[in-house]
Design a protein around this ligand. Structure first.
Ligand SMILES: [Zn+2]
Length: 285
């Protein structure tokens, strides 16, 4: 993916609802850079939020560019069309270089029997015991479970594929970063579901660099995480292992990362995520 626009190792989503905080947010990245950590800012605003605010994607681009110029930021930065789909993406196309394709609305819309059968037969590696290097435990599925999960997600991933190809046709493949979000789904995805979703995403040819599953617990805006920390950590580690497996097995971009949406103010999770990530890396090398 040499000619692919690549998302930096550390990135943080900047939600600037009133487009008045952009410089202050960028200053946080500058402070981090002064301390030796490169954190790439991604200004994101969803279709829904634009509707609420009566703003336009061009506004987000304008304030981001202005802040970068005013503060002399020389590293990459991105403007994200957040939580978009085929129907809502068009007005973002000229202004964004990052697209978060949301498939939550389609989850549960059942895929056709032929598509399910084809997927299950093609992905024998996901049927039964899925051995994942470094994982503290194996993941287990049955053919029935695979069929159920494929039935639940294949159509949604297909819709993501349509949206991705639409964006790529307009902007040129490789010129933007792709994320897929499922955090607004009705229920958290299990690690086995994530493995199947990533296999399907690879089949669709979507070069995702970041994926936002729904985690257990509550991620309300402006307040800390509400939920069991130990349970969150177990799932987080499992998801990291699944991502490493999918990168190796399906050739997804090597920088594929796990995105936590509505992660601001989740101060109790940040140290957990750091420890989980470090331990997972250690176990897998
Ligand atoms: Zn989200």
């Amino acid at each position: 993916m040499s000619d692919q626009l690549k998302l930096g190792k550390y990135s943080v989503g900047m939600g600037d609802r009133f487009t008045r905080q952009t410089q202050a947010q960028l200053r946080a990245c500058l402070t981090a850079a002064e301390r030796g950590v490169e954190v790439i800012p991604v200004w994101n605003k969803s279709h829904r939020e634009h509707q609420i605010m009566g703003s336009e994607p061009a506004d987000v681009r304008a304030v981001a560019d202005a802040a970068v110029k005013a503060l002399g930021w020389t590293k990459p930065y991105h403007v994200d069309a957040d939580h978009v789909g085929l129907k809502t993406v068009d007005r973002f196309l000229p202004h964004c270089d990052f697209f978060t394709i949301d498939v939550a609305d389609f989850i549960g819309e059942r895929a056709g029997a032929g598509a399910i059968k084809g997927f299950v037969e093609q992905h024998v590696e996901l049927n039964g015991r899925i051995a994942i290097a470094g994982s503290p435990h194996p993941f287990q599925t049955t053919r029935e479970e695979m069929e159920r999960i494929a039935g639940k997600y294949l159509l949604a991933v297909g819709e993501a594929g349509k949206a991705y190809r639409h964006i790529a046709a307009a902007k040129g493949a490789g010129s933007f970063i792709t994320e897929i979000s499922m955090d607004e789904a009705d229920a958290p995805q299990t690690p086995v579901e994530l493995a199947i979703i990533l296999a399907a995403i690879a089949d669709e040819g979507i070069p995702i660099q970041t994926i936002a599953p729904r985690f257990a617990g509550r991620f309300n805006k402006g307040v800390d995480y509400i939920g069991g920390l130990a349970q969150f950590e177990r799932k987080f580690i499992d998801n990291l292992h699944v991502i490493m497996f999918a990168v190796q097995r399906y050739g997804l971009p090597a920088n594929l990362k796990l995105s936590i949406h509505s992660g601001s103010d989740k101060f109790s999770l940040i140290p957990s995520c750091a420890v989980c990530w470090r331990n997972t890396m250690r176990a897998s090398t």
